[in-house]
Each structure stands twice: as structure tokens, then as C-alpha cells.
Ligand binder design. Structure first.
Ligand code: TPP
Ligand code: DXP
Ligand code: MG
Length: 638
């Protein structure tokens, strides 16, 4: 792909420039868009397969509609790369997903009609935009683009239920590529495949309708009563589908690779008086053979060699993979263990479990709320459910955890993946809120293992204790550094970095000047910061594994001596573990609350970027931590 000349794309400064292109130019442009997407994702990482599949649909949308007056709302937003390239962001496209570059999702700051990252929001947002237009007497259209996977999300149906208003300039494009990240699941996916496979349904329907139009007595232009009669006949001859029953017009399925047909069907949708759903059949990964053959592998990828494709096997363990192993091993000996995922089998490491224990594995679709209440139901009838969900998507299940688990006093284990800062995906995917909001759920216990061993122990404890518990861990692998000096207590471990000549037994009597308290992946940063400080100060590092409720009887005695207690937290400051500890210290007569400092995330609206840039922005790099601590101590002793 290197050196591929993008002759047409270079001249597209706005969607208006598309409108004068010839058919041949448009076809070539589709190829150029794919090349640019491939080239960029192979360098920066990103969501490849979905973007390759939706190129012609995006072109058709921008040919038929007039953005930005007409507003396009992408569900999830991970498939918006062609849209970005056609809407004035070509120059920055090489900065995709990079620090201070452009986001891999739709982003209102970048001039998209609505931002996203989480699934299922598009139709509600688009309906709101369309209603606002209607109130203002504006004639603009709003187009929601939703994948078949996202159509498994309940919010879509809540929104569809409200779309049956007259003269609503709202068009919903169902981008059906037969895939979520992995294969799409459930009754809806079967139903869509039925519509697709009812051969020529669309053609038959159109043919029937045009025949009906031609019958003299019921033809166009006749009085209302006759129209009613015509509708009755239509209904009998052509069965309505689910969407039509909800009061929407339905067009499709249309071949999503056929730009001319797409344009014609979208133009027809525009002419409808109702909200219209256009069902487009696309191919995930289209145009790059590796991605067409393995759409799941190319859903979201890191950088890779375009000529070779992505290696089949990930190398080495990750927290997700270790979680998968823990689950398989536990379920081998405990028949009550069940695993639930909301469309993230591979990402959460549950693929092995799904093969080893298919009867006890549930992929419920992109339906986190349902996943948790469903798990609570399993729990109520004696099962041991483990819900594996990314931290960011758990934001959706706050009420389910309170109403359906905590209040019911039901044991339930939440395995939270992708906790902490999430580099490439950015602002919508940061796993930095969970500790803060989950702490207030009655009876909840939160563990934040930093190592695979701690993770295993946390799960073992939770399987045994049968309570409402959260085990949270980051994306990727455990950090490698020397942990041999840590002394384990119940819910924490600690290590003293005093004068190296002092032996461990003597530590008890030596006074640490600084105590650092931290948890999770960022412990390594604390450890590295200590390496910069230990020649000057004696420091104690406390690593929490059980982060909530805090085991104060273990911890407070360790905090009494130092001049400074410095809490380092890869999560939001507001309501976080640091603030919980501060509140506990404030009530302890032995500890002066004035010696506490919290370094946590104060501006959580953190865009995408590499982890080092994100850490830098938060003051989390070891050098920054060391400098801050030295300054505080100097000020105190001055
Ligand atoms: C609430 C929520 N849960 C899970 C995800 C993770 N996720 C991102 S894309 C995706 C699959 C979407 O499938 P579909 O809508 O069909 O789009 P496609 O990738 O096939 O184009 C999932 C599960 C998410 N973004 N939001
Ligand atoms: C769009 C989305 O929400 C997912 O595709 C997410 O980007 C996947 O992240 P991982 O690649 O870390 O599984
Ligand atoms: Mg799909």
C-alpha cells in the first residue's frame, strides 16, 4: 500500500466535493478511502474491519445528504473513519488515536454531530436532534448509523419505540455485517438473517408495491379512503416486518457494496413521511482479505504489518487471558460457576471458557444492564455468576448492581477488565471511574490485583466468600519488577525502602519519612519513583489489593509515623480510594490529616494517546511523582 497515490481523496475537502464526481471517480474513491484507512490503522492501530465494510455506505450517505446541515450520528462511533476522511479531517488522519491527534471515535469537539464510544446511543441521540429540528421548523435530516451488534442493545428499542412520529426527518441505517465483535448473537441476529435470507424480499416488496400503485382504482392521487383500502391490500400481500409494526418505514436489505443502489434507496428513504429504517448488508473487513477472513481479529488492532496481517496468536499472558484460565479451572471443579459477557468474549478472555463450558457461558449481546440482572437471577437460584465487563461499560449497570444484586443480597462477581487509563480508545473508554462510584454500593468489596497471583487469590476469595464483589484489572500484561521485598498482610502488602544497610528486623523501629499508598498497575510507577528518592528519604510503599472497604486496622498503624502520606491513584480523585482513605484518616486521632496528599486524576476528560502521554498529563510518571514528593517534603521541613 505504500506510495499509493490518493488522487481523488486529496481534493475532497468537504462532502460537497463528492457531488460532482463521476461514477468511476466515486468507485475509485471508495478504493482510496480503504487504502488510507488500511495504511493508517496498520501504523496507529484502530478499528479496521468495521471501517472497511462501511465505506460505500458512508459515501452514499454523504452523496444523498448534506452534512453538516444534515446530521450523521454513528453508533459506537468506531466505524467513522471514512466519514472523518470525507469531512475535512484528512490532514490530521495520520494522527488517529494519538495524543493530541484525532479520536478514533466520533467526537463533537471535532465537529461530529454527536460523540460516541459506547454502543446503543445513536437512535436516541438522533431522535433528539430530529425532534429539536422539528421544533425549530428546520428541514434538515438526521441519519443514525447502527450496526447489527449494537442493535442488540436495549436502548435502541427504547428509542425505536418513540420514533413513530409523523414528518420526522430521521433515517436509521442498520449496518448489518452479521458480526458484532465476534459473531452476533440472539434472536435479533436470527431475525435479521431471516430478513436477509428471505430471498428478494426487498425486490418482491417493491415489485408488489409498484404493481399496487398501478391498479387504477387504488392508484396515486386518489382520495384518502381509497388510500386506506390500498394499504389494507398491501398489508395482506406483503407481510410487514418488526420495524414496520413499530410504525417505521423499512427499506432493504440493500447490498452495502453497491453504491448506486445505496444512493437510490437512501434517496427513497428521504422521501418518506415517516422515520425510515434502511437495512444495509455489508461485509466486515471488505477489501482486505485477512480482515474479511478474520473480522474478529481485525475489529480492533494494534499496529501490524499490512503485507503479513496480524499474527494469529497473541504472545504471552495478559490479565484477560489469566482471568479466562482462572474461570476454566474454577468451573472444572465448581459446577455452579457461570460466565457472562456482553459481546466481549475475546476481549475479556472468556473464549476458552466458552469452549470448555458452553452450557455455563452466556454472551448476551451488547446488553450490560441485562447481563447483570440476568446474573443476579442465576445467583438467586444458586449459581455463582461472574460477569466480565470492561470498566467503562460497567458505568451502565449502576442501578442493576444496587437494585438487583445489593438490595437482593445476592452474591455476584464482577470481573472488570480495561481498568485505569485506556490509551488508544480514549475519552469514552477510560476505566477510571469504577472505584469512585462502586464504593457506595451496599456490601460491595473491590479488589484491584496488580499481579496474576493477586488476581488468582482475589478470585479464590470471592468464590469462597459469596458476596457482591468486583475484581478490577488493566488491559495487557502484569508489570515485571522485583516484588520480593513486599511483606504480605491480609488485603495489602508493603515494602520499606529504608537505608539499605538496615536489615529487615530493624525496619520495625526505623521511622519512614514518607508512606506511599497505591493500587493496581500504577504501583510500578510508585516503585520507580522510590528508586529516585530512596537515597534521600526512607520510604514505605503500601500496595492495596483489597481497595474497598479499606482494612483500616491493618493500614492505619502503617501510616502513623511519616511526615507525608502520598496516595497515588490511577482513577478519578473525586470519590476515589484516596478520598476514602483521607476520610478515614480524618477520623483517626493518631494521624494528622494535614500530612496527606492525593495524586489522582483531576481532569478525567482524558482524550486518546499512548499511556506515557496520558501518565504525563496526570503527573503519574515516576520522575513527576518523585519531584512532587520531594517538593512537598522540602516545603514541610523548610
Ligand atoms: C456499551 C458497549 N458495550 C460494548 C462495547 C464494545 N463494542 C464496541 S463495537 C462492538 C460491536 C459492535 O457491533 P456492530 O454494531 O455490529 O458494529 P460492527 O463492528 O460490526 O461494525 C462492541 C461489542 C461498546 N462499545 N459499548
Ligand atoms: C469500540 C469498542 O468499544 C471496542 O471495540 C474496544 O475498542 C475494544 O477494545 P480492546 O481492543 O481493548 O478490546
Ligand atoms: Mg456488525
Amino acid at each position: 500500500m505504500k506510495g499509493f497515490k490518493l488522487t481523488i481523496l486529496n481534493d475532497i475537502l468537504s462532502p460537497q466535493d463528492l457531488k460532482s464526481l463521476s461514477r468511476t471517480d466515486l468507485d475509485n474513491l471508495a478504493g482510496e478511502l480503504r487504502s488510507r484507512i488500511l495504511e493508517t490503522v496498520s501504523k496507529n492501530g484502530g478499528h479496521l474491519a468495521s471501517n472497511l465494510g462501511i465505506v460505500e455506505t458512508t459515501l452514499a450517505i454523504h452523496l444523498v445528504f448534506d452534512a453538516p446541515d444534515d446530521q450523521i450520528v454513528f453508533d459506537v462511533g468506531h466505524q467513522c473513519y471514512a466519514h472523518k476522511l470525507l469531512t475535512g479531517r484528512q490532514q490530521q488522519f495520520n494522527t488517529l488515536r494519538q495524543w493530541q491527534g484525532i479520536s478514533g471515535f466520533t467526537n463533537r469537539n471535532e465537529c461530529d454531530a454527536f460523540g460516541a464510544g459506547h454502543s446503543g446511543t445513536s437512535v436516541s441521540a438522533a431522535l433528539g436532534l430530529a425532534m429539536a429540528n422539528q421544533l425549530d421548523g428546520k428541514q434538515h435530516y438526521v441519519v443514525a448509523v447502527v450496526g447489527d451488534g449494537s442493535f442488540t442493545n436495549g436502548m435502541i428499542y427504547e428509542a425505536l419505540n418513540n420514533c413513530n412520529k409523523k414528518n420526522l426527518r430521521l433515517i436509521i441505517i442498520l449496518n448489518d455485517n452479521e458480526m458484532s465483535i465476534s459473531e452476533n448473537v440472539g434472536g435479533l441476529s436470527n431475525y435479521l438473517s431471516k430478513i436477509r435470507n428471505s430471498q428478494n424480499y426487498f425486490n418482491l416488496k417493491h415489485h408488489t408495491q409498484s404493481v399496487l400503485h398501478r391498479i387504477p382504482l387504488v392508484g396515486e392521487g386518489l382520495i384518502k379512503g381509497t388510500r386506506k383500502f390500498k394499504k389494507q391490500i398491501k398489508k395482506r400481500v406483503v407481510a410487514e416486518n418488526f420495524f414496520e409494526h413499530l410504525g417505521l418505514d423499512y427499506l432493504g436489505p440493500v447490498d452495502g457494496g453497491d453504491l448506486k443502489k445505496l444512493e437510490s434507496v437512501l434517496s427513497e428513504a428521504k422521501s418518506k413521511q415517516n422515520c425510515c429504517l434502511v437495512h444495509v448488508h455489508t461485509v466486515k473487513g471488505k477489501g482486505y482479505q485477512h480482515a474479511e477472513e478474520h473480522p474478529e481479529r481485525y475489529h480492533s488492532s494494534g499496529p501490524f504489518d499490512l503485507s503479513k496481517g496480524i499474527e494469529a496468536k497473541p504472545s504471552g499472558d495478559t490479565f484477560s487471558a489469566v482471568f479466562g484460565k482462572i474461570m476454566v479451572a474454577a468451573a472444572n471443579t465448581n459446577a455452579s460457576i457461570c460466565a457472562i459477557t456482553a459481546a466481549m468474549t475475546g476481549g475479556t478472555g472468556l473464549d476458552k471458557f466458552s469452549q470448555a463450558h458452553p452450557q455455563r457461558f452466556y454472551d448476551v449481546g451488547i446488553a450490560e444492564e441485562h447481563a447483570v440482572t440476568f446474573a443476579a437471577g442465576l445467583s438467586a437460584n444458586g449459581k455463582t455468576p461472574v460477569c466480565a465487563i470492561y470498566s467503562t461499560f460497567v458505568q451502565r449497570v449502576y442501578d442493576q448492581l444496587i437494585h438487583d444484586a445489593a438490595i437482593q443480597k445476592l452474591p455476584l462477581i464482577m470481573a472488570l477488565d480495561r481498568c485505569g487509563l485506556v490509551p488508544g480508545d480514549g475519552i469514552t473508554h477510560q476505566g477510571i471511574y469504577d472505584c469512585s462510584y462502586l464504593c457506595s454500593i451496599p456490601g460491595i468489596k473491590i479488589y484491584s490485583p496488580e499481579t496474576y497471583d493477586e488476581m488468582k487469590m482475589s478470585f479464590a476469595t470471592c468464590f469462597e466468600n459469596k458476596s457482591l464483589a468486583v475484581i478490577r484489572y488493566p488491559k495487557g500484561a502484569e508489570k515485571k519488577y522485583d516484588r520480593s521485598g513486599f511483606i504480605k498482610l491480609k488485603g495489602l502488602s508493603y515494602q520499606d525502602f529504608f537505608n539499605q544497610d538496615v536489615n529487615r528486623a530493624a525496619h520495625q523501629t526505623v521511622k519512614p519519612e514518607i508512606v506511599m499508598v497505591t493500587y493496581g498497575r500504577i504501583t510500578e510507577n510508585a516503585y520507580d519513583a522510590i528508586a529516585l528518592l530512596r537515597a534521600t528519604y526512607s520510604i514505605r510503599l503500601i500496595k492495596l489489593v483489597k481497595v474497598y472497604p479499606l482494612d483500616l486496622s491493618e493500614m492505619l498503624p502503617l501510616l502513623q509515623q511519616p511526615e507525608l502520606v502520598y496516595i497515588l491513584e490511577e482513577g478519578v480523585k473525586s470519590g476515589g480510594i484516596g478520598e476514602k482513605l483521607a476520610a478515614a484518616i480524618a477520623q483517626d486521632e493518631q494521624i494528622n490529616p494535614g500530612k496527606l496528599r492525593i495524586r489522582a486524576i483531576e481532569n478525567p476528560l482524558m482524550e486518546q494517546g499512548d499511556l506515557t502521554s496520558l501518565y504525563d498529563c496526570c503527573g503519574f510518571l515516576p520522575g513527576q511523582i518523585a519531584t512532587e514528593i520531594a517538593k512537598i517534603v522540602e516545603k514541610k521541613t523548610a
